[in-house]
Design a protein around this ligand. Structure first.
Ligand SMILES: [Zn+2]
Length: 410
């Protein structure tokens, strides 16, 4: 039987697998049920004949990243070697963001199916893609079809908190042994993902000196200093919005680098009658693929320094809290073209490429791993929101796209 027809005929099994995964709430933070999830995925891959290895991140590394080591960070690698000259790595994260709000379609972790949709946290982001990937591999195995390249899969932790202990960790540790990477999210349906924006989060802390409000001259007001600093940062915003800094992606859409100041701001001033001795604010800088993270950080630190020069007596420190490289692939490269061919075959429509504003784990493979990589997976709705859902048909089509792609050389 043709593997694509096999997927169609056995879709109930894919739905069951996804339901099982949604019912294991791998909520991150803090990183619950990773052990159960990875154990189950490991059994699935073993049943499919793959060689499986589970890697636990050292507690000291988990702590160094500011995560709670009482929740173990586990990453799974599975290989299917067919003696092909090249290897393609498929990556998916299995953690999900916490669920809040009132879910109309059962609870967030019930995985109800209704009118062709499967509901639940992670159904779209991105356990649906894991189910589609497993279904594609199963279809090849059961129809005795050999993939055109060796298959390497990873199911990783912590993408929702930056991925450094998940995809970042396996790339850093040299556990990825492949020529190309497909991250199973970042674009869907008729689009193939070629990259994403980068992000830089900084925390700026102003140190003053607290004193009683009856004699404010004895203190140094950190809140006033912060207000001054933020005020003098305004030219930065204008500069980033300039047309010379525009980035045009493959859909022809243009975007500029952006900055958001004060997503978090807080301080020691909790009493009306005290001079605040401490103030903190954050900066969120988005980095299009025509800039580098290092450049953006240097520019931002320079701007903060210049603004601080205008605030008398200010003392401050700057600390990075998240750094994600932007990444982008050439649309003419054989890898995106091969996937686009499979998308066209299955979806029967014109395909396009996209570079997303939000980030995925793709940059770890492209920037740190130095390998060509693309993003493609199941497209869900209300991702990160209440009533997150995915169409069963969408699962089937994505699985068929993966299977078609696996059978053709790049
Ligand atoms: Zn995701």
């Amino acid at each position: 039987m043709d593997p694509l027809a096999y997927i169609e005929r056995n879709q109930a099994r894919m739905v069951e697998r996804l339901q099982h995964m949604v019912r294991l709430p791998t909520t991150n933070p803090p990183g619950r049920n990773y052990q159960e999830m990875v154990g189950w995925l490991s059994r699935c891959c073993t049943e499919l004949g793959m060689k499986v290895a589970i890697h636990r991140v050292a507690d000291s590394t988990v702590e160094a990243e500011g995560a709670d080591p009482s929740f173990p960070r586990l990453n799974l690698l599975a290989r299917w070697d067919v003696g092909a000259p090249r290897t393609v790595h498929f990556n998916a994260h299995y953690d999900v963001v916490p669920a809040a709000g009132n879910w109309r379609m059962g609870g967030a972790f019930e995985a109800k199916v209704s009118a062709g949709w499967l509901y639940g946290r992670g159904s779209g982001d991105m356990k649906g893609s894991i189910a589609a990937l497993l279904a594609a591999i199963e279809a090849l195995v059961m129809t005795r079809s050999t993939p055109a390249f060796n298959m390497e899969c990873s199911f990783t932790a912590d993408e929702e908190t930056g991925g450094r202990l998940g995809a970042g960790h396996i790339v850093r540790e040299g556990l990825v042994n492949a020529d190309y990477a497909v991250v199973c999210e970042g674009a869907s349906a008729t689009k193939v993902g070629l990259g994403h924006n980068g992000v830089l989060w900084l925390e700026v802390r102003i140190r003053g000196k607290s004193a009683h409000a009856s004699s404010p001259d004895q203190g140094v007001n950190a809140f006033e200093a912060m207000a001054g600093l933020v005020h003098y940062l305004r030219p930065l915003k204008k500069g980033l919005a300039a047309s010379s800094r525009r980035y045009r992606d493959f859909t022809g859409q243009v975007r500029n680098p952006t900055v958001n100041i004060g997503g978090v701001f807080k301080g020691s001033g909790q009493k009306v009658n005290t001079v605040p001795g401490d103030a903190i604010f954050t900066v969120d800088r988005r980095i299009p693929p025509n800039e580098s993270l290092a450049h953006a950080e240097a520019e931002l630190r320079r701007a903060i320094g210049k603004a601080a020069d205008r605030v008398p007596r200010i003392r401050y420190t700057v600390r990075p809290i998240l750094k994600i490289d932007p990444c982008v692939m050439d649309a003419e490269h054989a890898l995106p073209r091969a996937l686009a061919r499979s998308v066209r075959h299955v979806r029967r429509g014109a395909t396009g490429f996209r570079v997303t504003a939000g980030f995925t784990d793709l940059h770890y493979f492209i920037e740190d791993g130095g390998m060509p990589g693309i993003g493609y997976g199941v497209g869900g709705q209300r991702v990160h929101g209440t009533d997150e859902r995915v169409r069963v048909r969408e699962l089937v089509q994505t699985a068929r796209t993966y299977a078609h792609f696996m059978l053709r050389d790049i």
